[in-house]
Design a protein around this ligand. Structure first.
Ligand SMILES: [Zn+2]
Length: 899
């Protein structure tokens, strides 16, 4: 699944944004770039609207559940039962668009006698339960095994079946169920999406625990089964003419055959070929009136098709261009052919997350698949490429090999989040994607992971709220960052060989983190203990800062845990005492040896590296492949500054972005002074013209500006920032020109953002006015027909990104919390994440107390529990910063010296 989101089709907001665009480009820049900021990458959904359907369960006999019953104690499917095959039929009634009916035969292998059988179910009304000996296709019958009872046990989302005898003996069984469900409850599970003038489609999204809302199943990632799927759809409108204008049914596999007027006149039933072995969350069922998509061929000759609603069909060309090529690239990289007979992409009008890697049929939010040069920006184009590249990587990593349990989610998402950069690089080689990793993933997550409320990548999760909560930045971006570091210290070829061997070994199977590291171990350089090293990065939160001093002719390197708040109260223990096995590389423009990795072990007090006598400077963490920061002694820092000012080309753009990000972060944590960090801006103004360093600087400088805002020094700060951005702003101008490089266009967007943020008062005034109109939209936006549920939380996030909108959204959040919970549910991680997003710039005790009062009033946080803690930590840090005289006096002094 793709985490990051940009939502543009907010009907109400869009009207205003269009006005803004036509009147004032500057206001557009503010709004638009807010969309790009990683702070606003929330996804939305309208989920769990309806209360749990306790009346849905049918019980063959009344039962009083006891908390000691095995199905109450054990929230997992018992190990004695294994699913083998699902023979499934679903019929969504699109005339009403409200209900669906279904039948499923689940073939189960009971490996040793057990006193109960369970399947997962939620929100389904199961109307018939039968058990047979052996494996039976739907519609056939055999020797029935009598059941004493079957009933729903809601707390664990189970359908429980008890035998008439003492136990179910070893052997193969078929559980045959009939059921009904509702399409209107959520936009997860099997649900309807409405678009255009009342067009209704049925579609599905199951990861992580929502397949059980579409059909009773063993809904855990360690179970791989084959699926035989049949979907019933409205019959073709013009049958007999040879032209299909009606509905089509799509699933993971190819259509095997269609039975017309079945199960009744006017309906057709589409049968799909048997699937490969796969997990329940990858199954996908769609009945839609979309036109036939356009198809291209992949190198292996298999079809690659993109579907969308008819009006958007002209925006599928970019996906058609890059998708097959990216798939071919992965086929070669993994050295395993694409495992299914076809690959479809489809843009769904209502979609909860960025996209979902259903095997053979990837579903997308429209903005993440559709791109039209005339309507969309360069950033949109890159976004589409990223999401496509991410999802296709999952076809192997996640789908062919799946993690055993959600504890290891990071392996799935971190890997796809890293591979997406390679995938894009293969089709857009001049986008500098491998360096863009720094400003898009690495720097952002390093800020989050420097808080005491962070968490280790590998984490125990049980409850559905905990499972959905870990689809977070740590799993995606830190996961990607430590995998990138692993590749760098192993060597890219060894890493690739290890990945190939791993995927081969675990094809159609499950794995845990250790399995991957074991496989990589066989390709690692001698003496390198992959599991030992990586455990220090995956099993404890945070990361180190390396302290570098020159002692005689050596660099002396030590480590300590890095925290953004130097006085943070550390309460969590770590199995490694917050020490890491750190791969150390360096760059000094004279010796090649710096590429060779040297290790600062978690057990060693220090590492000594000889400094080449002729080296004018030394920079550690080459290309910032290491997940750590570096603090240089003042002398070493001065050497680096001098080198940047004389010739910056000895550093790569990644190295320069690294220096900027480290310096400003280390100043915040008082390990450097702001003077030392701000000294970098001389080189930035005079000679830095690359996108990645500027994007990094922009993020840091805007954060700093937010902190200074409201103090006496802000006018000086603004004058300084205007002076800093003026040369590059004048060089780039306002508009993109034809054939201009992608990264230059992105650089321009960033510079305009800063210039607007610190400059032109009229621009800010006008932006503020326009935002007022947006704010009026909030109440209006509660109407689902005006703003889609999936876009509502994003709308709040965007408005809060403006100083005028922020207090209004904050009031709305607190006053309408019950409405929001009712609409989106506490299980909605995006609702939870709205809190840190809105409050991220708060810096007063009054605001902190407002937050505490709000949390006290509504103590249940659901999937937003950690987000609340993180929000509080951020605001406490902001307050500390604002009330600490050292910070401001350091900046003030520097500004005075400059002016
Ligand atoms: Zn993903």
């Amino acid at each position: 699944m793709s985490s990051a989101m940009i939502v543009r089709k907010v009907t109400c907001a869009l009207l205003v944004v269009i006005t803004v665009l036509s009147i004032l480009l500057a206001a557009f820049v503010v709004l638009y770039l807010k969309e790009l900021s990683r702070d606003t990458i929330i996804e939305d959904r309208a989920e769990d609207l309806v209360q749990s359907t306790s009346d849905a369960s049918t019980s063959t006999e009344s039962t009083t559940p006891s908390p000691t019953d095995p199905w109450a104690v054990n929230y997992r499917i018992p190990k004695e039962t294994l699913p083998i095959h699902y023979d499934l039929w679903l019929y969504p009634d699109l005339t009403t668009g409200e209900v669906f009916t279904g039948e499923v035969n689940v073939w189960v292998n009971v490996t040793s006698a057990i006193t109960y059988l369970v399947l997962h179910t939620k929100y389904l009304n199961i109307t018939e339960t039968k058990l047979y000996q052996g494996s039976l296709p739907r519609g056939t019958s055999g020797t029935e095994v009598p059941l004493a009872q079957s009933f729903e046990y809601e707390p664990n989302e189970f359908w429980v079946m008890l035998p008439e005898d003492d136990s179910f003996i070893e052997g193969e069984y078929t559980i045959a169920l009939k059921f009904e469900g509702n399409l209107t409850k959520n936009i997860v599970g099997f649900y309807r999406s409405i678009y255009g003038t009342g067009n209704v489609i049925a579609t599905s999204k199951f990861q992580p625990t929502y397949a059980r809302r579409a059909f009773p199943c063993m809904d855990e990632p360690s179970f791989k089964s084959t699926f035989k799927v049949a979907l019933t759809k409205p019959g073709d409108q013009l049958r007999g003419t040879g032209e299909v204008t009606g509905y089509r049914a799509l699933s993971n596999m190819d259509v095997e055959n269609v039975t017309t007027d079945f199960p009744e006149v006017g309906l057709d039933t589409v049968f799909f070929t048997d699937s490969v072995k796969m997990v329940t969350y990858l199954a996908c069922f769609i009945v839609t009136d979309f036109p036939q998509g356009e198809t291209r061929q992949m190198a292996d000759g298999k079809p690659f098709t993109v579907y969308s609603r008819a009006e958007a069909a002209h925006s599928t060309e970019y996906a058609l261009q890059i998708g097959p090529n990216i798939t071919d690239f992965y086929t070669e990289y993994f050295n395993i052919s694409y495992p299914l007979p076809k690959l479809d992409m489809i843009a769904i009008p209502d979609f909860i997350s960025g996209a979902m890697e259903h095997w053979g049929i990837i579903t997308y939010r429209e903005t993440n698949l559709l791109y039209d040069e005339a309507e969309n920006s360069n950033a949109n184009k890159q976004r589409v490429a990223s999401v496509i590249a991410h999802e296709i990587a999952h076809m192997w990593f996640g789908n062919l090999m799946t993690v055993k349990w959600w504890d290891d989610l990071w392996l799935n998402e971190g890997f796809a989040s890293y591979m997406e950069y390679k995938g894009i690089q293969s089709v857009e080689s001049d986008w500098d994607m491998l360096n863009q990793f720094l400003c898009d993933d690495l720097h952002y997550v390093m800020i989050l992971d420097a808080k005491v409320t962070s968490h280790p990548i590998v984490q125990t999760v049980n409850h559905p709220d905990e499972i959905t909560e870990i689809f977070d930045t740590i799993s995606y971006s830190k996961g990607a960052s430590v995998i990138r570091m692993l590749e760098a210290f192993m060597g890219p070829e060894q890493f690739q060989s290890g990945i190939q061997a791993f995927l081969k070994r675990y094809s159609f199977d499950n794995a845990i983190t250790k399995n991957l590291f074991d496989e990589l171990q066989t390709f690692a350089p001698e003496g390198m203990d992959i599991n030992g090293i990586m455990d220090t990065w995956t099993k404890q939160m945070g990361y180190p800062v390396l302290l570098v001093n020159q002692v005689d002719n050596n660099l002396e390197i030590k480590q300590q845990r890095y925290l953004s708040d130097p006085e943070a109260n550390v309460t969590d223990d770590s199995p490694f005492g917050y020490k890491w096995d750190v791969p150390v590389t360096y760059l000094d423009a004279v010796s090649e040896v710096g590429i060779t990795v040297q290790w600062l072990s978690r057990n060693d007090e220090k590492l000594l590296i000889p400094r080449a006598p002729e080296a004018k400077f030394v920079k550690l963490n080459r290309g910032q492949t290491g997940y750590y920061r570096v603090l240089y002694s003042d002398e070493l820092w001065q050497d680096i500054l001098a080198q940047l000012e004389t010739d910056l080309t000895v550093f790569t753009s990644a190295d320069r972005a690294n220096l900027i990000d480290d310096a400003f972060s280390l100043a915040q944590s008082k390990l450097m002074t702001y003077k030392q960090a701000l000294d970098l801006t001389d080189y930035l103004r005079d000679s830095e013209r690359d996108y990645v360093p500027w994007a990094t600087a922009k993020g840091q400088l805007i954060t700093l500006g937010e902190r200074i805002k409201g103090t006496l020094d802000y006018a000086d700060w603004r004058a300084f920032m205007q002076n800093l951005t003026k040369p590059i702003f004048e060089e780039l101008g306002w508009t993109d020109s034809a054939n201009e490089a992608h990264t230059r266009r992105r650089l321009r967007a960033n510079i305009l953002d800063v210039a607007c943020d610190v400059g032109v008062q009229s621009c800010l005034d006008e932006a503020g006015k326009r935002l007022q109109e947006l704010i009026k939209c909030i109440q209006l936006a509660k109407n689902e027909s005006i703003v889609r549920g999936q876009d509502f939380l994003s709308l709040l996030g965007y408005i809060s990104g403006n100083p005028v909108g922020l207090p209004i959204v904050w009031d709305f959040l607190r006053e309408e919390w019950e409405y929001l919970v009712d609409r989106f549910s506490l299980n909605d991680r995006y609702l939870g994440r709205l809190v840190p997003q809105i409050t991220s710039t708060f810096k007063s005790q009054v605001k902190l107390e407002e937050m505490l009062a709000f949390f006290a009033k509504y103590p249940e946080a659901g999937a937003g529990a950690r987000a609340r803690e993180q929000a509080l930590e951020t605001v406490r840090n902001n307050i500390k910063w604002a009330t600490d005289p050292d910070y401001l006096s350091s900046i003030k002094k520097w500004l005075e010296e400059k002016s």
